[in-house]
Design a protein around this ligand. Structure first.
Ligand SMILES: Cc1ncc(COP(=O)(O)O)c(C=O)c1O
Length: 505
């Protein structure tokens, strides 16, 4: 109880406490009031005081007594009788601190969430049926039967040893050799990236990122007070090293580079190995941290090496996730932080404590059971088919001038709309017809990708998806004939995304 409630007769103090709970909605209309016995135990009051408090609230019309059931919050006319909440409303966030990409992304996401979406082409994971639901569920049931203590015993801070061992084995697929104790289990790759950035940079520092890049990374940077230095990136060879070097000369506060060398989001590019090694060598020379996001690497058609595999002195922080490859519902990610390992452990512990044990144990059992390889082979096969089908549908229905780069894996296509069309406009027009897509403006702090769209192909092509693509095609055709409102008002250079400097567009 607060100070105001600690004066006057005890029963009135108690009544005032529950009046506030009702006003705040903690006790909703029709909710059961704690029993008189519970009130006695909870507040160390006598039976008479507890009863008197309830009767007082009843006399105010806030509670009603039901025979043999106790007191309930009255559902009628409640709000009119209550005084306004005592606490002032929280102040709005300081606009000077929250005016970046976060605002644009939040606005787009809010529009999408408010719409009745029938075909979602905006996601970045695959259809649930493409994940090993049954095998994971069986492991979960078996573990709950045999080890129910997983629900009540605190998990170890860095993750379950069995999972860390299994993840270290999984990393061998990207030619990364790790000990289990170098692996930290995290809440998705989002937490791994956040920890990595907090470990190597301070608010105000600059971090080089690919452009376009995964919008979640831009959100993390903004939330940490870090500045994104966007570097042109090719859909064929990834981040342009020349452009990075040129930008770095102008930016003394550059502390780190974040890249997705294998199946970059949204471009789908894969950096050639020579390019990966050159980037690492340059980071060595500049003494910069290299944060590698390998969320999609396992979905590449051909096995791809992680940059971490060439790291000899712990400069690379590798962040990854099982969110796209195994279980989107489980939010499991992991990282290995090289020379920043101790700091990353501390940040993980202070930020969120360990991940819950049951999910970790389920995945550890699945990975150790040798089923991951087969699952990933099947998933890659399905995604290859779906990417092809989606690309064909887009080629059939979108107007001339649309360009597409077909990535060597993954579940997304990056599409350049015919010159003049705005993805933000298309996003709104498509949403009105129940179709959601990811407009290019989400993938950069600037609006230079307004002429691009990311399309998900994680779902098998069905009649609804075909119809959605036909609708997108019609919308684009109509907009091109009657361009008012559909044309972006910013100067856009498509070559930015489709080629790096020195590379043919
Ligand atoms: C490239 C990339 N990195 C990180 C994430 C976030 O991963 P998680 O969902 O595991 O937090 C995503 C999610 O879409 C992503 O696309």
């Amino acid at each position: 109880m607060d100070a105001e409630q600690r004066t006057g007769p005890l029963y009135l103090q108690l009544a005032s406490h529950y009046r506030r709970a009702i006003a705040a909605g903690s006790l909703a209309p029709a909710a059961r009031m704690p029993s008189v016995r519970a009130l006695m135990a909870l507040h160390r009051v006598s039976l008479a005081t507890a009863l008197q408090a309830c009767r007082h609230l009843e006399s105010e019309g806030l509670l009603e007594a039901r025979p043999r059931q106790g007191y309930f919050v009255r559902a009628t006319a409640l709000q009119r009788r209550l005084p306004p909440a005592a606490e002032p409303l929280p102040a709005p966030p300081d606009p000077a601190r929250y005016v970046g990409v976060q605002q644009r992304i939040s606005a787009l996401l809010a529009r999408a969430l408010a719409a009745r979406v029938q075909v979602n082409l905006a996601g970045a994971s695959a259809q649930a049926a493409l994940y090993p639901l049954r095998a994971l569920a069986l492991q979960g049931q078996r573990l709950l039967r045999r080890h129910p203590e997983l629900l009540v015993e605190p998990p170890p801070p860095d993750g379950l040893p069995a999972l860390r061992e299994a993840l270290a084995r999984l990393a061998l697929d990207a030619q990364v050799a790790l000990r289990a104790d170098e692996v930290l289990v995290t809440h998705g790759c989002t937490e791994a990236l956040t920890i990595a950035l907090r470990a190597v940079a301070r608010p105000g520092d600059a971090v080089a990122v690919e452009s376009p890049t995964y919008y979640g990374l831009l959100q993390i940077l903004e939330s940490l007070g870090l500045r994104a230095l966007e570097i042109p990136t090719s859909p064929h060879t990834g981040l342009s090293l020349d452009a990075l070097q040129a930008a770095a000369r102008q930016e003394p506060a550059l502390r780190a580079v974040v890249v997705m060398p294998n199946l970059q989001n949204p471009l789908g590019s894969v950096m050639p190995d020579a390019h990966k090694k050159a980037l690492l060598a340059w980071c060595d020379q500049q003494d910069l941290a290299l944060i590698e996001d390998d969320t999609y690497g396992a979905l590449a058609d051909d096995p791809q090496r992680a940059i971490k595999s060439w790291d000899r002195d712990g400069r690379v922080i590798l962040c990854s996730s099982l969110h796209k490859t195994l279980a989107p519902g489980m939010r499991l990610g992991w990282m290995t932080a090289g020379r920043w390992h101790a700091r990353a452990r501390m940040l993980k512990y202070t930020q969120s404590r360990p991940n819950e044990a049951l999910g970790q144990a389920v995945v550890a059992a699945f990975l150790s059971g040798g089923q991951m390889d087969r699952h990933l082979r099947g998933l890659r096969r399905r995604l290859t088919v779906q990417r092809g089908q989606m690309a064909e549908a887009l080629a059939d229905h979108l107007p001339a001038g649309t360009r597409l780069s077909l990535p060597p894996g993954g579940m997304a296509l990056w599409l350049a709309l015919p010159p003049g069309l705005s993805s933000e406009w298309l996003f709104g027009a498509a949403l009105e017809r129940g179709i959601r897509l990811a407009p290019g403006v989400m993938f950069s702090n600037a609006t230079r990708f307004d002429g691009f769209v990311r399309i998900n192909c994680g779902h098998p092509m069905d009649a609804a998806q075909h119809e959605a693509i036909r609708t997108l095609g019609r919308l684009c055709e109509q907009a091109l004939q009657r361009p008012t409102g559909a044309v972006r008002d910013v100067d856009l250079s498509p070559a930015w995304a489709l080629s790096a400097p020195g590379e043919p567009a």
